[in-house]
Write a protein that binds this ligand. Sequence first.
Ligand code: AMP
Length: 308
Amino acid sequence: MSKLLAVGTVAFDAIETPFGKTDKILGGSGTFVGLAASQFDVQTGIVSVVGEDFPESYLTMMNAKGINTDGIEVIKGGKTFFWSGKYHNDMNSRDTLITELNVLENFEPVVPDNFKDADIVMLGNLHPLVQASVLEQMSKRPKLVVLDTMNFWMDISLNELHDVLKKVDVVTINDEEARQLSGEYSLVNAAKKIHKMGPKYVVIKKGEHGALLFNEGNMFFAPALPLAEVFDPTGAGDTFAGGFCGYLTKTKDISFENMKNAIIYGSNLASFCVEKFGTERMQELTQEEVSNRLQAFKELTQFDIELS
Ligand code: AMP
């Protein structure tokens, strides 16, 4: 079975949307990536860190889904990373209210021996130095390295981010972050500039407006499935990335053509993530639901025009 190694935060989130408010619930970029990837027949391992306050039951839940958590270090007496965000009425924009790094402050990731030869590495949203350290520990160059990041890291460690970007194949980033990173408003121009920073493939996530894939002159667009109700968008971007990587790991095909399918799989999984608070929907998701919605996705985008 092919292996996917993901690094990212395993966190407590407190979320406020027009539909309600949560106390500290399970979240984190690594958690969402892992849960999305667990939908595929691949071996997924997460590298992260949590504090002593992190319930064992969350790790047990991940293990039950086949996610290897040997790389999640538990720091005695430490406090888990905490993020709090509030969404506006349109759900497309949010304010970060609190980011407490806690145990992330001094985190030195350790890749478990049996994941050092992973086929695909997903450098999920985390400090760029931690992302780089994971890559350095691999025993061989993975077939594909995918990186996700956000404005927080661009603001506080842009140079380190540029260093790690030189070593990756694919970057997944949202539209506002692509504009911030490139200094270009047009997403086509932003992708061109990001290509020059290293990644051959640039995926720009546009929330409810879908995702764009750029590869040196080639372009592909996938819509997001229009949903009657978006309950909580937290983790949709990470779920998308986890689905994208999970699909590529399973199919062992990293061509541009297959990446188009990976984008559809990622978008499909993200459409479930937003239906409930936090990780709730991803925890209960069945393969049957996933394939039924894939069919709906296909119908949404299929048309038959004869070109003369
Ligand atoms: P997304 O909605 O896909 O951007 O991801 C939201 C998740 O990212 C939440 O579960 C947070 O715990 C996590 N998160 C928030 N800020 C950061 C950060 N600066 N670094 C890593 N993960 C973060």
